[in-house]
Design a protein around this ligand. Structure first.
Ligand SMILES: [Zn+2]
Length: 307
């Protein structure tokens, strides 16, 4: 096994002092992904499966450099391999990322930042090259982590957001799968409870004889549909992004809030109108629940109380 030293990678990353602002807990994951990618590189590089010789060479040099880093070879030796890897294929963003980590390990923060930025610029597409040793989610995770490392070091992308930005279908969804944000995690739980709990409750309610054409039951059925629409909007935003830069965190609450308000208004209006309805002859109102009942009844047909 030539790849066993790669298991030391997280340790090495620790030495590299990937310093990140407070609240940062990606460092471990970052190291794990790089270790996994490096192990995979050892496996795929010897196969030389690309049509372009330069790509195969670049992959091979990257694999050697990764192994060198994990087995703590001299930085100068690793540096040469990474330079060659980039010379062979200048879009090899992973080699640039390793360069940044190497510079960081030598306490060369400025150079590390420069390579991290270059990595962000060159990794905007997940090409056939990276696909041989990285999963899509891992690739995006590395990008996000590097972005956050730079942000924590005060490197601003104001005005340059477009240059590094990559809006690819499913990017957010994959990020959600890899590392869900607090609010997304909460929304997911709320949706699961409302959708599954709502379905069970509606079935029991129907079995208990709910009249779904009446105001309250039909309104609640409508709200249940609104939960599904909200859920769809949320997933759509995660997958493709809502148009016009809208955020799921504003659209979903506004939509669901308006639906609830509409429900409350229509229920209040219904009971208000019911109360004001003029009575036909032979009818009167129950003094307890205000339901319209026949004059002769001595027990309300609605609330079952004696009159
Ligand atoms: Zn009554």
């Amino acid at each position: 096994m030539t790849s066993w030293p790669l298991l030391l990678f997280p340790l090495w990353m620790g030495v590299a002092k990937v310093e990140i602002g407070e609240n940062y807990d990606y460092a471990e994951e970052f190291g794990k992904i790089i270790t996994r990618a490096s192990i995979k590189l050892q496996e795929v590089a010897p196969k030389r499966r690309f049509k372009l010789k330069s790509w195969n060479d670049s992959l091979e040099k990257t694999a050697q450099a990764a192994l060198g880093m994990a087995s703590r070879e001299k930085p100068e030796v690793i540096q040469v391999r990474l330079d060659e890897a980039v010379q062979n294929y200048d879009q090899n963003s992973f080699a640039i990322l390793l360069k940044a980590i190497l510079a960081s390990s030598q306490q060369n923060g400025k150079e590390a930042n420069r390579f991290y930025e270059e990595f962000l610029l060159k990794s905007r597409t997940f090409s056939e090259f990276e696909q041989t040793f990285l999963k899509w989610g891992e690739f995006y995770f590395l990008r996000r982590t590097v972005y956050e490392i730079l942000a924590s070091r005060g490197v601003s992308f104001a005005g340059r957001e477009k240059a590094i930005h990559m809006r690819t279908p499913y990017e957010q969804l994959i990020l959600y799968g890899t590392k869900p944000g607090g609010w997304d995690r909460l929304m997911n739980i709320v949706f699961i409870v409302l959708i599954l709990g709502g379905a069970v409750a509606l079935v029991f309610w129907a079995l208990a004889g709910a009249q779904f054409w009446e105001v309250v039951p039909s309104g609640i059925l409508g709200l249940y549909v609104a939960v599904w629409v909200s859920y769809g909007t949320w997933i759509f935003d995660l997958a493709f992004g809502l148009p016009g830069g809208l955020s799921r965190f504003t659209v979903v609450p506004i939509f669901f809030g308006s639906m609830t308000l509409l429900f409350v208004i229509s229920v209040v209006r219904h009971f208000w109108l019911e109360r004001l309805r003029p009575l036909e002859t032979g009818y009167r109102r129950c003094p307890h629940c205000h339901a319209v009942i026949e004059m002769l009844l001595i027990e309300c047909s609605s609330c079952r109380r004696k009159i």
